[in-house]
Design a protein around this ligand. Structure first.
Ligand SMILES: [Zn+2]
Length: 707
């Protein structure tokens, strides 16, 4: 590992955060350097601090400690992410023989200069008690490979020499803060302190010194691992048991919906301490099939290593202590039973662990007992979370975990914390606080696929589903327009997947669903929305144009329903399908035969699907919209096609035509894409046990009342 320090960037940082003083500006700069290196910290791990002076309202210069806020991400930290606390009262706390967590948190909050600042790190006192101006703490992979061992200290000494202090595992908080300060006082010339099975602290008089000591020690650890043949470790180098990439993908296409469906269903365990445990929920998947991870998953030791604890304890709240290992047989060959049996056994083990440990820690209620990470033989890993972000965080952590465990095995033997130590960390209120307590959104953990997503209604539909927490796969034949819509929805980042596909081609429809499954794990909501129009009287009808409209609007709907059924049935956890029919299905228009006939057929297909899909718990409903024009940014393609003829027939301009449709409706309403999207959302959220229904969104047209 190399230092990323740059004098020029350091100066730019001082200029950028001038108002906060040079010390804090440089603290922010090197905190970001650490945060940007995933082999040092991941997603809110690690913490940094600086001791400096700040002026209070009375003009007095106060000695303060600026320390990272709890759970904040170092990669993008701002000065406000390192709240300032008055230092002197913190130092006095060291005199206490004991300090419980609740009192510690209260004491820390009392000393914040800004009472509205975020909670300071749980390691604040540790940073305060060390005398150095700058203190850095990471969970560096290479350090963990050395110290997650039965004789970790020996490996640390061999790699880093005598000028680091080494401490055994101690629960973070007040006792660890005191132990680290004492370790430094015993060995005042040390360059850093290794906490076995946890991570590394370095310190210095300047931001650069503290940061570069961190990098130098991690680099020494990496070199030692390389010299011992542990970098890269043999376990990650592949064998004949690793599946080729195309087989990994094919396996995941089959396994993911089943696995995700099993995880979404309440898990009930018949007897023992796990009896009656329920309460699983829909989750999003994040898949990693890198060659080295597939090699890990193909190794004979993989199953045993998956059941060992995390490489550093603060990962436990994201991934649980152990991962579920599935053989190819369990993942696909034995179908649903293979997955269900393995998940039930995992849940039973987790419930037993909770039952054994909880009484010593105030009996906290059990967390979700299902696995967060599943390693599949010869294939790689799949992480699950209640949101795409949670799944991605768990997947990043799991990928590093497998690599570190393989390195530790190559060096000697991987050893994690005991279950008792791990439980204390997993159920520590100060640790769980990092997860935040946001309520689950309406469609949290759900995955939607929307066809015709580059059109006005499709785009509005995708947007409303995203707003309510779903991951959305947007499908459209027009890749240029689709890319533009993707940009428009950029604020939802990885919740959005765009897949160009022609819905008249069965293979392309299958591929769109497969992409959705591989990106998110499955599908719960399918919105069949794509459609085209053709204006022409029957006596003038061009049979080729008629056939094309039928092909897109009717055959396309059938192909989408067919592909949806496969995934939804495999999941077996319910779901919702919404077909955009049209007011024309009930109230056709002269000169509009192709469109009206194709939409009537699509509506009938939706009704048939309602009859058939009920067998696997999926509802199918139709939305009948009328006169939805869209706006300038995303106009309705249908009306671009139909509008000119309609205007001509009625002798109206564009504005006049809109006004005509508004006046025609009972409610005298202009129907917007968003209105149609709201109707889709109603069905998507499965709030009523309704299937086979038609919901008009047309402002009220008596001739189009469903009957
Ligand atoms: Zn730590």
């Amino acid at each position: 590992m190399q230092s990323r320090w740059s004098d020029r960037e350091a100066q730019q940082s001082v200029a950028r955060w001038q108002a906060h003083g040079e010390a804090l500006a440089l603290r922010v700069y090197t905190s970001r350097l650490i945060g940007q290196e995933p082999d040092l910290v991941l997603h809110g791990g690690g913490n940094t601090s600086v001791k400096t002076t700040m002026r209070d309202a009375l003009g007095r210069d106060l000695q303060v400690l600026c320390v990272k806020g709890s759970g904040a991400d170092l990669a993008a930290v701002e000065p406000a992410g390192l709240p300032a606390l008055e230092l002197e009262p913190l130092l006095q706390l060291r005199e206490l023989p004991k300090l419980d967590d609740a009192t510690m948190v209260r004491e820390l909050r009392r000393r914040l200069l800004d009472p509205h600042a975020p909670d300071p790190s749980v390691e604040t006192l540790l940073h305060a008690f060390l005398p150095h101006r700058f203190v850095d703490h990471t969970h560096a992979d290479a350090i963990l490979a050395l110290c997650d061992q039965p004789d970790g200290e020996r490996h640390v000494r061999a790699a880093l020499g005598a000028d680091v202090a080494v401490l055994p595992w101690i629960m973070p908080g007040f006792p660890l803060a005191k132990a680290v300060a004492a370790a430094f006082e015993r060995q005042p010339r040390c360059r850093g302190i290794v906490l076995l099975k946890h991570g590394l602290f370095t310190f210095g008089a300047s931001a650069q010194e503290s940061y570069e000591r961190m990098i130098a020690l991690v680099d020494a650890a990496e070199r030692h691992l390389a010299a011992k043949g542990a970098m890269p470790p043999p376990m990650l180098q592949g064998s004949t048991a690793v599946l080729p990439m195309v087989e990994r993908t094919a396996l995941l296409r089959r396994a993911l919906p089943v696995l995700r469906g099993v995880l979404a269903l309440p898990t009930e365990v018949a007897d023992g301490p796990a009896a009656g445990v329920r309460g699983c929920e829909r989750v999003i998947a994040d898949v990693r099939t890198d060659d080295d991870l597939a090699a890990f998953a193909a190794h004979p030791d993989a199953r045993a290593l998956c059941s060992t604890g995390p490489i550093t304890p603060d990962h436990v709240i994201r991934t649980k202590g152990s991962y579920l290992f599935l053989t190819v047989d369990e993942a696909v060959e034995r179908g649903r039973d293979g997955c269900r049996g393995a998940v039930a056994a995992f849940v039973e083990r987790y419930v037993r662990y909770h039952a054994e440990q909880a009484p010593r820690h105030g009996n906290p209620p059990i967390r979700m007992p299902a696995p967060n990470v599943v390693v599949i033989e010869g294939t790689g890993l799949v992480a699950f979370g209640s949101s795409q972000k949670a799944a991605r965080i768990a997947a990043d952590i799991a990928a590093h975990t497998l690599r570190v465990k393989a390195q530790a095995q190559a060096l000697s033997r991987y050893e994690a914390l005991t279950e008792a130590e791990l439980f204390e960390m997993e159920y520590w209120p100060l640790e769980l606080r990092k997860l935040g307590a946001q309520p689950r959104p309406l469609l949290g953990g759900q995955i939607a696929l929307v066809t015709g997503a580059a059109g006005a209604i499709g785009c509005a539909t995708a947007e409303i589903l995203l707003e309510h927490g779903a991951c959305v796969c947007l499908v459209d034949v027009d890749s240029t327009r689709l890319a533009k819509i993707g940009e428009r929805l950029q604020r939802y980042r990885a919740q959005v997947l765009t897949v160009p596909a022609d819905l008249t081609d069965p293979e392309q429809v299958e591929r769109a669903f497969a992409n959705c499954v591989l990106a998110f794990g499955g599908v719960d909501v399918v919105v069949s929305n794509a459609g085209i129009a053709h204006v022409g009287k029957l006596e003038d009808m061009d049979p080729a144009r008629f056939a094309k409209v039928l092909e897109v609007n009717t055959t396309g709907t059938m192909l989408v329903l067919k592909a949806a059924a496969k995934v939804l049935r495999a999941q077996g956890s319910g779901g919702s399908v919404i077909v955009q029919a049209s007011k024309n299905a009930f109230a056709p228009g002269a000169g509009f035969g192709a469109y009206s006939a194709s939409k009537a057929a699509a509506l009938q297909l939706g009704r048939i699907a309602a009859l058939e899909f009920a067998a696997f718990g999926v509802s199918v409903n139709m939305v009948n919209a009328d006169a939805v024009f869209g706006d300038d940014e995303v106009p309705s393609q249908l009306w671009q096609e139909v509008g000119p003829a309609r205007m001509q027939a009625r002798g109206l301009d564009a504005a006049g035509l809109r006004e005509f449709y508004r006046e025609r409706s009972l409610l005298k309403t202009t129907v917007l894409p968003r209105h149609v999207a709201e109707a889709v959302l109603f069905f998507a959220s499965s709030r009523t046990p309704t299937t086979g229904a038609v919901l008009p969104v047309d402002g009220g047209l008596p001739e189009a009342f469903p009957r």
